[in-house]
Design a protein around this ligand. Structure first.
Ligand SMILES: O=C(O)CCC(=O)C(=O)O
Length: 275
């Protein structure tokens, strides 16, 4: 099966060893410094995710976002001109809780969100090997396009109580019969559909588990205009103080929308649809 076939069928696929050891080591050093500078209070609101920082914090992330090997991976799947909107460093501290089930797509009122074309893709780079013990990703294959009983149980997707991991009996933290673990190697590239139901195991080890998630739109021009406007509205600005070389890498990847459509509102609930 090709990467594209797996992505369209299951909602995710993996490209192995995409990061060079040099870039991987620099990303580990940079993210470790950023995480060390965070206070406990800053972390408290996102206990279930772990630390949540933006990739606008350091120009090294321009290098990652525009990485030729990643852009080649997109091209090999039929998307030669992806756009990029936003990126995050998500780090699970040692001995931290599981991440709740969720999807990262917020335009469910639009019929386009129920089609086969992925409207938005995550590119995830874990900076260490992942396994169940240190909080690897969990997914429900196919849930990006098929209705799943879990959709009906997610009463407050991305709610505050979930992020603070206050209600561990909530179905959003449950074990699911159709879930699978997705373990990866440090420096692999995991690409997935934003609509996929995913979560992560708790980290029971003594070591943090850091992930960089980047959001791309594989075919921005095909998106309905209101969604294009929504994507542009959420795009992270390139910091003025970044070196010109980093700005030059990132600028061509940012989406633009010049029409007059209002950005699609943030709609959190996937409608019940036929399987
Ligand atoms: O921590 C992970 O492995 C996944 C993070 C994630 O999907 C999220 O926070 O949206």
């Amino acid at each position: 099966m090709t990467h594209r076939e797996q992505l369209l069928r299951d909602g995710f696929c993996r490209f192995e060893n995409v990061l060079s050891s040099d870039l991987l080591n620099r990303l580990i050093a940079t993210t470790d410094d950023m995480l060390a500078a965070q206070s406990d209070a800053q972390r408290a609101g996102t206990r279930a995710q772990g630390s949540m920082l933006t990739t606008s914090a350091d120009p090294i992330f321009a290098e990652l976002i525009a990485l030729p090997a990643a852009l080649e991976a997109f091209a090999s799947m039929g998307w030669p001109r992806p756009t990029f909107t936003d990126g995050y460093i998500i780090s699970k501290p040692s001995h931290s809780p599981r991440l709740f089930w969720h999807y990262d797509w917020f335009a469910w009122e639009d019929e386009y969100s129920y089609g086969a074309n992925p409207p938005q893709l995550f590119a995830m780079y874990y900076l260490s090997h992942t396994r169940r013990e240190n909080g690897c990703l969990r997914v429900i294959p196919g849930s990006h396009v098929k209705h799943n009983s879990l959709h009906d149980a997610l009463l407050e997707p991305h709610g505050k109580a979930l992020s603070e991991a206050r209600e561990m009996t909530n179905p959003a933290f449950s074990d699911r019969p159709d879930e699978i673990d997705v373990c990866v190697g440090a420096g692999d590239l995991l690409i997935g559909d934003a609509r996929l139901l995913h979560a992560a195991h708790e980290n029971t080890t003594d070591t943090r588990r850091t992930l960089i998630t980047l959001w791309y739109q594989p075919d921005f021009e095909k998106l309905p205009e209101r969604i294009q406007a929504q994507m542009v509205a959420k795009t992270q600005k390139i910091p003025n103080d970044w070196p010109e070389s980093a700005k030059r890498l990132l600028q061509p990847l940012l989406p633009t929308y010049t029409g007059s459509a209002q950005p699609h509102g943030r709609s959190l609930y996937r409608k019940r649809t036929k399987v």
